[in-house]
Design a protein around this ligand. Structure first.
Ligand code: ACO
Length: 443
């Protein structure tokens, strides 16, 4: 099932919706959980390889971008050639880190952001992990000596670089070499663990700068946001994960005791939600070897701080969570939480997105950020930003890549929600009501 068909099921008909699905080229990175061997020098985790891919999905309504979601997918495989360590190697793993969701409030048609987010995650779960391993940019490239002669280097004379360029244009072998070095010879095991991780912290804006100035933007507070995500993930756990097999679903609210956290599970479809995290069951384990390092994540920032303070080898998970709640970004009196799921999916993930049809895979990380910035670096204090970003992305796609945004027809079964920005303003305390005492005007 394509992304379009999944989204059509949750969007109203005739909303003039379009989807922009941008994907970075998969690249090999250092392990996201620091291996013990890196610090202790032991050979416990010999040769696992991690491949990172970023998805950026933006929805437009009536030629304005109105919603965006940023997700990272990490695929970890073990090097099968290393038979000696086979027994202690953990199974292959797919980790989906939900980084940011945001809206800007300029949609002319009200839709359920929650449903849109849920089906995008369903789509990501359907993707075959081997799809990410087809053309990976390796961490280190093994060049032959003669290949290096053809590299275009800034330090080199202009004439030499021009000669190399003309050789490249005439001689196809150089081009073939470029393709080959983006290929890692690894494959994914049939049965694998899927993890989903996210950190919920409300903010006025994440991906649409300046959008908080729009009074029509609906911003959930900490508690609402945690429940919003819990509802989305709970549905995924119930419908997409194998409940009989090693399934873990956890919610951690730093600073809140187990009993109080447990109260949030009332109404969840999955009956076995636990207070805690999926990173380790043993609070005495060293945090450095359990907590994954994600981009722009407070847990990762705290781990880096522990390294700077030279406490990384003394801080266990108990201390880590305790001290984390004292950090500024956790202390701003808003409720923040960490949600995690770990288990096997019921359906086989066998879908491969098709370039130009339901995904645009950029040729470089530079191009990925360039295109993403058309949306995430625009100013959204007025509606102009939403129109401009739509115009710029569409223009780039048609003139540079001969591609288009994907049209969504929606479904007759989904009714457009009522536009009710007054409720929104009341919720944010921005309008004067009879319940609010009015200040006397000075004479
Ligand atoms: N006025 C009144 N109620 C509204 C309005 C409105 N304008 N818009 C939506 N609602 C109601 C909906 O009816 C729904 O109610 P229900 O649960 O009773 O059905 C509820 O609010 C949620 O509506 P959604 O359409 O699902 O979500 P929403 O439009 O509120 O978007 C989002 C949620 C993206 C989190 C938004 O609040 C936002 O942009 N927040 C700012 C950025 C942010 O904090 N992002 C999350 C970061 S954490 C992370 O991404 C991992």
């Amino acid at each position: 099932m394509t992304l379009q068909s999944l989204l059509n099921n949750v969007l109203p008909k005739n909303g003039d919706f379009e989807i922009f699905h941008l994907q970075s080229n998969p690249c090999e990175i250092v392990p996201i959980i620091t291996p013990k061997s890196k610090i202790t020098g032991s050979k416990e985790n010999p040769d696992s390889r991690t491949v990172k891919t970023q998805h950026f999905i933006a929805l437009s309504c009536k030629k304005k971008f109105v919603y965006a979601l940023e997700i990272f997918v990490y695929i970890t495989v073990q090097n099968d050639t290393d038979k000696k360590y086979q027994k202690i190697q953990p199974p292959a793993e797919r980790l989906i880190f939900i980084s940011k969701a945001d809206t800007n409030g300029y949609s002319d048609v009200r839709f359920s952001t929650k449903d849109v987010t849920r089906v995008i995650l369903e789509y990501i779960l359907k993707i075959d992990p081997n799809y990410y391993l087809l053309r990976v940019k390796p961490l280190k490239r093994k060049y032959k000596k003669e290949d290096k002669k053809n590299f275009i280097i800034g330090k080199d004379k202009i004439q030499n670089n021009l000669k190399k360029l003309s050789k490249k244009a005439l001689d196809n072998t150089c081009h073939i070499l470029d393709q080959d070095i983006y290929f890692l010879n690894i494959s994914f095991a049939g049965k694998f663990i899927t993890k989903i991780c996210l950190f919920t912290r409300p903010a006025d804006q994440y991906l649409f700068p300046g959008s908080s100035s729009n009074r029509g933007k609906h911003i959930l507070n900490g508690m609402q946001l945690m429940k919003w995500w819990l509802h989305i993930i709970d549905n995924l756990v119930e419908e997409k994960f194998d409940r009989s097999n090693k399934l873990k679903a956890c919610l951690k609210i730093p600073g809140e005791d187990v009993l109080r956290v447990g109260k949030h599970f009332v109404g969840c479809r999955y009956r076995n939600w636990k207070s805690g995290d999926i990173f380790s069951d043993d609070l005495n384990s060293l945090a450095a070897f359990c907590i994954p390092l994600f981009p722009d994540d407070p847990k990762s920032r705290f781990l880096h701080q522990l390294v700077e303070e030279n406490r990384i080898l003394d801080t266990n998970l108990r201390t880590f969570w305790f001290e984390l709640q004292e950090r500024q970004e956790f202390k701003l009196s808003v409720l923040v939480s960490v949600i995690g799921v770990e288990g096997y999916t019921v359906e086989t993930s066998s879908y491969s997105p098709i370039q130009g049809e339901d995904v645009i895979v950029t040729s470089s990380l530079k191009q990925f950020h360039f295109l993403k910035n058309y949306i995430s670096a625009e100013e959204y204090d007025t509606e102009e930003g939403a129109i401009e970003s739509y115009f710029n992305v569409s223009k780039y796609l048609s003139s540079n890549l001969n591609m288009k945004l994907l049209k969504l027809v929606g479904s007759e079964k989904v009714l457009a929600r009522k536009q009710n920005s007054k409720v929104n303003l009341l919720e944010r305390g921005s309008v004067v009501t009879i319940l609010t005492p009015r200040k006397k005007h000075k004479q």
